[in-house]
Design a protein around this ligand. Sequence first.
Ligand code: FAD
Length: 534
Amino acid sequence: MAHDALIIGGGHNGLTCACYLANAGLKVRVLEKRAIVGGAAVTEEFHPGFRNSVASYTVSLLHPHVIQDLHLAEHGLRMVLRPMSNFLPLDNGDALRVGPALADTVAELRRFSPRDAARLPDYYAMLDRLADELRQWVLRTPPDPNGGPRAMLELFKAGRELRKLGPAAQRDLLELFGRSAGEVLDDWFESDPIKAALGFDSVVGAWASPYAPGSAYVQLHHCFGEVNGRKGAWGHAIGGMGAITQAMAKEAARLGVEISTESPVARVKLAGGRAIGVVLENGDELEAKLVAANVGPKLLFLHMLEAAQLEPEFRTRIERFKTGSGVLRMNVALSELPDFCGLGKQVQTHHGAGIIMAPSLAYMDRAWRDASDVQGSGMSRQPIVEMLIPSTLDDTLAPKGQHVASLFCQQFAPHPPGGKSWDEMREAAADLVISTVEGYAPGFSKSVIARQVLTPLDLERTFGLTDGDIFHGRLSLEQLFSSRPLLGHADYRTPLKGLYLCGAGTHPGGGVTGAPGHNAAREILRDWKAKKLV
Ligand SMILES: Cc1cc2nc3c(=O)[nH]c(=O)nc-3n(C[C@H](O)[C@H](O)[C@H](O)COP(=O)(O)OP(=O)(O)OC[C@H]3O[C@@H](n4cnc5c(N)ncnc54)[C@H](O)[C@@H]3O)c2cc1C
């Protein structure tokens, strides 16, 4: 047997898992269906001379331990902070600027609502306290409430940590898990722009209104990261998100991991109820002592295994696992920078911000209602668009004087109603996004030299993201923590011996964190050392 471990998928979590396993002495091979590794965190040339992060486009959640353990800085990874966190152009020609520091936002918010400006520090303090609590759990294996003594001990520790939070923070946590972001923000603030700026994260990849119960958690999920030691900040990886995964691939190569691209896996090979390898789409059969799947739970269990190989109850629950983000992703090559609010086309601080085109929670709610209307087209009439122009921070992406922008757009139904396909609607959807931006930055459409459009269907086809789900599965309470992907199966093991999950469909979920890969490797090595695999 040439390898101890086969990893299905070379996304950032597959690479992270591979590195930790190889570092512990295992012979590891990564099997990636695409021509490059990195999964949703890749940089590619989409028009001659113009490169950009193709899917995932901004960094914060990548765990400092993973950066350190995988020597990503030594392999050339460099991250920079945004000069301003967010910029919200408004319908009246004004704009709200958020960050870079809290004092900047407070000063800016006074123009809109002195009351909100006074409340903002307390709101951030509440979020920070809860994000700190979540942060402690990111690199831990969620306990199984029906598990053995170790799980009981972990549950006890969790209870103790919750107790330490105190009643006020416990109530806040409960609210953020159960309530909608809209409700929470309406309670705190009165001004639409600040609610929109803060509420944007709650709809990211969620295929939901900001008034959907549970959406407040999605917002919190985006807060537990950090960039260069600044908690909660978002930044840019020089060279795009692919710089992260290329650095991971270098570490994997250093550790002797064999990486095979253009090697799509068709199914997992079982013998005696345990995983013994995989069959590639070209028919090649590979054997190993264990298999770890970086692909999402639905892809693994419903497409890479026969129905009869799983307990019916388990399979049915996986069928019910909710997927579908409702996002459309575009990259555009630009001849010049957009002119927002008449501020001009020369590079300014706001060009380096996350530019959110969705001025209120009501706008975001309407976007969701439009797109989810079964009588509608599957698209919002006025979509929510976030634009990042990474070439203002990074001269490796576009020819001098020209730019690339990432457009992250919602809501676009995972499956359009009435049996229509995104193949028929792709260009209309892209035109809609361009005209939405044009509304905030007149002249934008003329500056577009080329565009790359990824509908939910394209995200599924290109990256294997089921229903175009950017997180491998919805981030809702019943699919988080000890229930990700299913209650009783959140410890990275599957019901089949020798088969593990190591991707975003496991705790702590989606985002470029490296945490699922890190945690899965720890559990695999636990079994390896206990000789539970032989
Ligand atoms: C459009 C978009 C925007 C996003 N924006 C951000 C962002 O700005 N910041 C952030 O932190 N997160 C963002 N995310 C989320 C984040 O990128 C993902 O949650 C994360 O990349 C998941 O990593 P992963 O390694 O678990 O899985 P993936 O990145 O999905 O990797 C899985 C790998 O498996 C491969 N694969 C699939 N099928 C097969 C097969 N049959 N055989 C072999 N290999 C296979 C895929 O090609 C892929 O390389 C975004 C995601 C998307 C799609």
